[in-house]
Design a binder for this molecule. Sequence first.
Ligand code: A3P
Length: 298
Amino acid sequence: EMKSLNLKRNERMDVDYIKGILQPTPTCAIWDKIWNFQAKSDDLLISTYPKAGTTWTQEIVDMIQNDGNIEKCKRAPTHLRFPFIEWRISSKDCGLDQANAMPSPRTLKTHLPIQLLPPSFLEKGCKIIYVARNAKDNLVSYYHFQKMNAALPDPGTWKEYFEDFLDGKVCWGSWYDHVKGWWDAKDKYPILYLFYEDMKKHPKCEIRKIMEFMGKNLDEDVLDKIMHHTSFDIMKKNPMANYTTISEEIMDQSVSPFMRKGAVGDWKNHFTVAQNERFDEDYKKKMMNTSLTFCSNL
Ligand code: A3P
């Protein structure tokens, strides 16, 4: 049994497939336990494809739960406030154990595609907030994140990673299948489906949607306070939200900060003209069977 991650410099996490979806090997090793996780009906789940705005949504939800009390939201770093159910990089750092030890009501995090979600979440009727981000910015953000995060594989070159992303050969699988799968599920289950781009464009409106979905009612001035506290510039400086409490051996923020740009349209600084054409053509094919649409410019 692993005691700690113990990755040497430049050493990276191994990955394996669970039902066709890549996952870090420590997660694969306890997959049956994850699949059989027992959700409780008052659990709230925040679900996203990696880099779609999870941390941002977590901070908004925590502020709503705590009626805009900033000090309460600074009680611990994000990853300790919200157990990440399938995350396991060592026996000490296991989202499942963390979730099981947490008193209810719990707010949990997952990046699993809908078909890999432990069935008890849907059986128990848990409320789920899903956040989706346009594929181009999501790809760019994920690339930078894998460069700085030793708990995930080395992304290789931008050119290589671009192809891996299109092929769904990245951890948590295909972005296309992920956003479509959760989109289809939203009509059958209590899922609030949100978009990163909407949150950027009209944050207060999206914060209010989340509040209503959670069954809370907060005054206008509290909503303004939440909007301010969860803005990119404030969160970037908040050590309880910017992942700077994670050791440099795992997350090297000098390679790329966790709070990197927080923008819509940064893909334009990375995609070549040829890549953009190839991407758009491939995107049309993969997204022709859905009513789901995105905007990738503001
Ligand atoms: P970039 O890499 O494009 O900057 P996740 O939390 O799912 O890992 O997503 C991380 C992405 O969300 C990063 O995107 C990060 O900068 C962005 N992000 C985090 N907090 C944000 C905020 N308050 N407003 C806008 N974007 C935010």
